[in-house]
Write a protein that binds this ligand. Structure first.
Ligand code: TNX
Length: 629
C-alpha cells in the first residue's frame, strides 16, 4: 500500500493515479492494540507506564520444579537478568509484599481455559496466572514484553492480558527424509515453535529418499535406508536421467533412539508434543531398499530414492509386511509418548498392487472393491494395531479413499475438501492445505530473486488469512476441526539457513491463525506493527528469515507526474535503501530517511527500487515501483 504525506498530496496524486493505488493511512499512525505480541492475545488492555525490572526484583513461584518455571529461570539467566527465584511455600503470604516481584501463580482459584493464562503488569509488580501449558504460554508472552535495558535491568510495559488458544492442535511439520537435519537444528526449530505457542511438531521421519529413525529390530532400515548415493539437481520437471543431472554426492543421516529421546524431552520441556510419521504404504522406497521382501516383487532391485516425486513401488500388504510394521510402530510408540501417531497414507499410486497377483487375490478374498479398497484395508489394520496400544492414528487425506478407518484423524492437504468430508463423517481433522498458503516449501513472492523452490505461491498474507474452519460445516462438524498446521517439505531445502528462510516469517502468521480469534486477526497490524520487532528479535537469536519488502512498497506501475513515497523498514532497526535509476539497490545506494518526492517528466518514466536491509545485514528481494507520466 502506498502512503502519502499529506491529504493535499493524496488528492493531487490520486487524481493522477490509476486504481492500483490504495493509499491512505500514514505509516505508524495506527497504534498496535496487541502490545507487539505474536500471536495476538484474546484480550489486551494496555496500561500506562512500565514495570522496572532490577537486580532487586524477586521472582516468586509456587513450584520451582515446574518445567515452565525452570524454563523462565533459565531464560532470565541467559538474558543477564539473573535474580533469586523464591518458593512461595517458604514465605508467609500475609507478610510478603508483592511489590517489585514477578509472581508466577499456579494456585489461584477460578476457571481458566485450557492452555490459557492471565498476565497483569503494573508499575509495582507482575502477576502471571496459569497452569501447565498456560503458565508456559504466559511466560512466552512475558518474554516478548521484557525489554532489557542495562545489565541486570529491563522494562516491561504495563497492561492486562487474558489469553487462550483458538485451536488445541497448532502444528509445524518438518520433512527430514528428503534432506536430513541434525539434532541441533531440530532443537532450534522446536525453540521457535515454542516462542510462538505452537504445540505439535509433526516429524516426517521416513520417505522414499531416506529412513531417519533407528529401529533396533530392523537395523538395515538405517544401515541401508538412511543413505542415498546421490541427489537429483534442480527442478524435476522435464528432467533427464543423465548422470549430469545428479550431484554424485551421497546424502544420509538418521537419529539414534537416544537422540530421539533427547529431542522428545527437549520438546516436552517446551510443551510441544512430537507426532512421529512413518509413511506407508507409499513413499517407502528407502524401506524396500533395506528389505525388498516387503515389496510385491522381491526379485527387483530397489534403491533409496535419488529423485523427488511419487514412486511406483511400495509395500505389499502381506502378513509379513504387517508384522514388520507392527514391530516398527511398537518401537516408535515406545520412543514417542504422543497420543497421535501419523501413518502417512499419501500418494500411493497403486501401480505395483495392480501388477501383483497376491494383491488381486487379496482384493477378491477380502471382498474389496479395488486397489483403493486395499489401501483402506491396509490403513484400517494399521490403525487397529496403533489403537490397540491406546494411541490414535493420523493420516493424509487419501486415507478417506475406499473408506475411513474408525477413529482416524485426517490431515487435509489437498485443499479443504478432505477435511470437510472427514468432519462431516464425524472424524477429527487438522487443516494443512497447500492451497491455503500452508506449504512452506512454496515461494513467498514472484521475484526472480527468490531461491529455487518446488513452486506454488504462498505469500505471507495468504498464510495469515487462511481460515481453517470451512463455512460449509455446521456447528457440530466445526468442532471436529481440531487445528491447523503448516508443512515444510524439503526436496529443495538442503540447509538450515534455507529452511529458516522458508518457514520464517510464515510460521508467525501460522501461529496467529492457530491461536488468535478470527475477529481480532488483522494482517495490517500483524505485518506492519508487530512483525518488524519480532524479526529483529529472531535475528538476534540467530535465525535466518525472508526479509519482507519495505513496508509501503509493492511491485507496481503508477501513472502520474508527482509522487511521495513513504516507506518503513520491515525489520526493526533496519534501513531502507533505494535507487531511482532502475538498478538493484544495495547498502551503497540512497538511504531512506524521509518520504521521497518524485517528479516524473512528461512522457518519462522513473523506476524506483527499494530493499530492506536488516541490522544483521540480511536483505530483502527488491521491490520495483514504476512511475510513468
Ligand atoms: C506432496 S503433502 C507430498 C509430499 C511432497 C510435497 C511437496 C503430502 C502428503 N505429500 O510427499 O514432499 O507434496 O510439496
Amino acid at each position: 500500500m502506498y502512503q502519502y504525506k499529506s491529504k493535499r498530496t493524496v488528492r493531487t496524486v490520486a487524481a493522477a493515479c490509476t486504481m492500483a493505488l490504495m493509499p491512505l493511512l500514514a505509516l505508524g499512525q495506527k497504534n498496535d492494540p496487541n502490545m507487539g505480541i505474536v500471536p495476538a492475545p484474546v484480550s489486551v488492555s494496555k496500561g500506562k507506564g512500565e514495570f522496572k525490572y532490577s537486580p532487586e526484583t524477586i521472582v516468586l513461584v509456587d513450584s520451582p520444579e515446574h518445567k515452565a518455571v525452570k524454563f523462565f529461570a533459565e531464560y532470565l539467566r541467559k538474558a543477564g537478568l539473573a535474580t533469586s527465584v523464591t518458593d512461595m511455600r517458604t514465605v508467609d503470604r500475609n507478610k510478603m509484599s508483592l511489590k517489585n516481584t514477578i509472581y508466577l501463580n499456579m494456585t489461584f482459584s477460578g476457571d481458566m481455559k485450557p492452555e490459557g493464562y492471565e498476565l497483569k503488569i503494573n508499575d509495582d509488580g507482575v502477576e502471571l496466572k496459569g497452569h501447565g501449558a498456560g503458565m508456559f504460554y504466559g511466560i512466552q508472552t512475558l518474554m516478548q514484553l521484557i525489554k532489557p535495558t542495562s545489565p541486570g535491568s529491563a522494562t516491561i510495559p504495563c497492561g492486562n492480558i487474558r489469553d487462550f488458544p483458538r485451536f488445541a492442535y497448532r502444528g509445524m511439520h518438518l520433512d527430514v527424509s528428503r534432506h536430513f537435519f541434525d539434532v541441533d537444528f531440530v532443537k532450534k526449530y522446536i525453540d521457535v515453535m515454542a516462542m510462538y505457542k505452537l504445540n505439535n511438531f509433526h516429524w516426517h521421519l521416513t520417505d522414499d529418499q531416506g529412513w531417519r529413525v533407528e529401529i533396533k529390530k530392523y537395523p538395515k532400515l538405517t544401515e541401508v535406508g538412511s543413505k542415498r548415493a546421490q541427489t537429483r539437481i534442480g527442478r524435476e520437471a522435464g528432467a533427464s536421467n543423465a548422470p549430469s543431472s545428479f550431484d554424485n554426492t551421497p546424502h544420509g543421516g538418521f537419529y539414534t533412539q537416544d537422540q530421539i529421546n533427547e529431542i522428545v524431552n527437549y520438546a516436552s520441556a517446551r510443551y510441544i508434543n512430537i507426532v512421529p510419521e512413518i509413511d506407508m504404504p507409499g513413499h517407502t522406497a528407502a524401506m524396500l531398499a533395506a528389505y525388498p521382501e516387503l515389496s510385491c516383487d522381491p526379485s527387483k532391485k530397489y534403491k533409496v530414492g535419488e529423485k523427488w516425486g511419487v514412486y511406483d513401488d511400495f509395500l505389499c500388504p502381506t502378513e509379513e509386511t504387517f508384522k514388520v510394521l507392527y514391530d516398527i510402530l511398537n518401537e516408535v510408540m515406545d520412543m514417542f509418548p504422543s497420543k497421535y501417531i501419523h501413518i502417512g497414507g499419501d500418494e500411493c499410486n497403486k501401480a505395483s498392487w495392480k501388477r501383483s497377483q497376491f494383491c488381486r487375490d487379496l482384493i477378491a478374498s477380502q471382498k474389496l472393491m479395488n486397489e483403493e479398497g486395499l489401501q483402506s484395508y491396509f490403513i484400517a489394520k494399521i490403525a487397529k494395531h496403533v489403537q490397540s496400544q491406546g494411541r490414535q492414528v493420523i493420516g493424509w487425506d487419501e486415507i478417506l479413499e475406499g473408506g475411513l478407518a474408525q477413529g482416524a484423524v485426517v490431515m487435509s492437504w489437498r485443499g479443504d475438501k478432505g477435511g470437510i468430508a472427514a468432519s462431516q463423517l464425524g472424524h477429527d481433522v487438522i487443516m494443512t492445505p497447500g492451497s491455503g498458503g500452508l506449504y512452506f516449501d512454496h515461494v513467498q513472492s514472484k521475484s526472480p530473486q527468490e531461491p529455487l523452490s518446488i513452486g506454488g505461491f504462498a505469500p505471507l498474507e495468504k498464510t495469515y488469512n487462511y481460515n481453517p474452519v470451512p463455512e460449509v460445516l455446521n456447528k457440530e462438524q466445526q468442532k471436529h476441526v481440531i487445528g491447523v498446521q503448516a508443512n515444510l517439505w524439503t526436496e529443495y531445502i538442503a540447509t538450515p539457513g534455507k529452511a529458516e528462510y522458508m518457514f520464517l516469517p510464515r510460521m508467525l502468521a501460522l501461529s496467529e491463525t492457530g491461536w488468535t480469534p478470527t475477529q481480532i486477526r488483522d494482517y495490517e497490524d500483524f505485518s506492519t506493527q508487530r512483525l518488524p520487532g519480532h524479526l529483529a528479535r529472531l535475528e538476534k537469536f540467530g535465525y535466518n528469515f525472508r526479509v519482507p519488502a519495505p513496508i509501503g512498497a509493492k511491485d507496481t506501475t503508477m501513472k502520474g507526474g508527482k509522487f511521495t513515497l513513504e516507506l518503513k523498514p520491515s525489520v526493526e532497526g533496519g534501513k531502507v535503501y533505494y535507487s531511482v535509476d532502475g538498478n538493484e539497490p544495495t547498502e551503497n545506494d540512497l538511504v531512506y530517511t524521509t518520504p521521497v518526492e518524485i517528479t516524473v517528466p512528461e512522457g518519462g518514466t522513473v523506476v524506483f527500487r527499494c530493499i530492506t536491509a536488516t541490522p544483521g545485514g540480511k536483505r530483502s528481494v527488491s521491490t520495483t515501483i514504476k512511475m510513468e507520466n
